[in-house]
Design a protein around this ligand. Structure first.
Ligand code: ATP
Ligand code: MG
Length: 195
């Protein structure tokens, strides 16, 4: 699941492109869109209207997650809204892993604290996914060190800041897009972690 208190960091992008990468590997995937804004569902609708539909369902979902899942799903990816403690709490209780997309900035770290606290309360492992990173920026390494000092798990793969990744929103991502964006690597890491 992709969760975070902060808005506009890349939760929906991460959820959709990770789902696409897992599906491209042959898995049965679904995305539950728990965001009342419905961005993930809008993405799927848009693609369906313009061309071939996405190869995984994107299901608008309330708090009753488990009832919405197609029975043959191997991966259920949850996209959560920003700043909605009730949905975030319910999602954390339900998920096997919380992935927290985070930009490498000090203010972004502060926003992680309530979500990390909540994941601890619900005993759901949480891992920070550094997104919109730029090569050669020292701050990213400093942030990694701070997180390591606090014993916060950080996903090895980072998602670079990339205009092309932004343009994948509302589109049908191809294999090359998934590789270049970094989300193919995220899918591979998840597969390894849950083997
Ligand atoms: N790696 C990236 N490089 C550049 N732009 C990106 C990247 N990832 C996401 N974006 C852009 O950042 C914006 C926010 O992304 P997204 O909607 O996925 O965030 P979100 O956390 O789901 O937002 P919200 O909190 O509103 O649900 C979008 O315009 C998206 O295209
Ligand atoms: Mg979103």
């Amino acid at each position: 699941m992709f969760v975070g208190a902060k808005g506009g960091v890349g939760k929906t992008t991460s959820a959709m492109l990770t789902a696409a990468a897992l599906q491209a590997g042959g898995a049965n995937v679904c995305v539950l869109d728990t965001d009342p804004q419905g961005s993930a569902a809008a993405w799927a609708d848009h693609v369906e209207q313009n061309a071939v539909p996405l190869k995984f369902p994107v299901i608008p979902s309330g708090l009753n997650f488990s009832k919405q899942i197609p029975p043959d799903s191997e991966w259920v990816i949850l996209d959560t809204p920003p700043g909605n403690p009730d949905i975030i709490r319910a999602a954390l209780k339900w998920a096997d892993l919380a992935v927290l997309p985070t930009r490498p900035g000090a203010l972004d770290l502060i926003q992680l604290i309530p979500v990390l606290d909540e994941s601890e309360r619900s005993s759901t492992p949480a891992a920070v996914l550094l997104v919109q990173t730029r090569a050669g920026v020292k701050e990213t390494d400093e942030i990694k060190e701070i997180l390591a000092d606090r014993q916060v798990m950080v996903i090895e793969t980072q998602i670079p800041l990339r205009a092309r990744t932004s343009r994948l929103a509302m589109a049908h991502p191809g294999a090359r897009d998934l590789l270049a964006s970094g989300y193919q690597d995220i899918a591979n890491e998840l597969k390894e972690a849950f083997q």
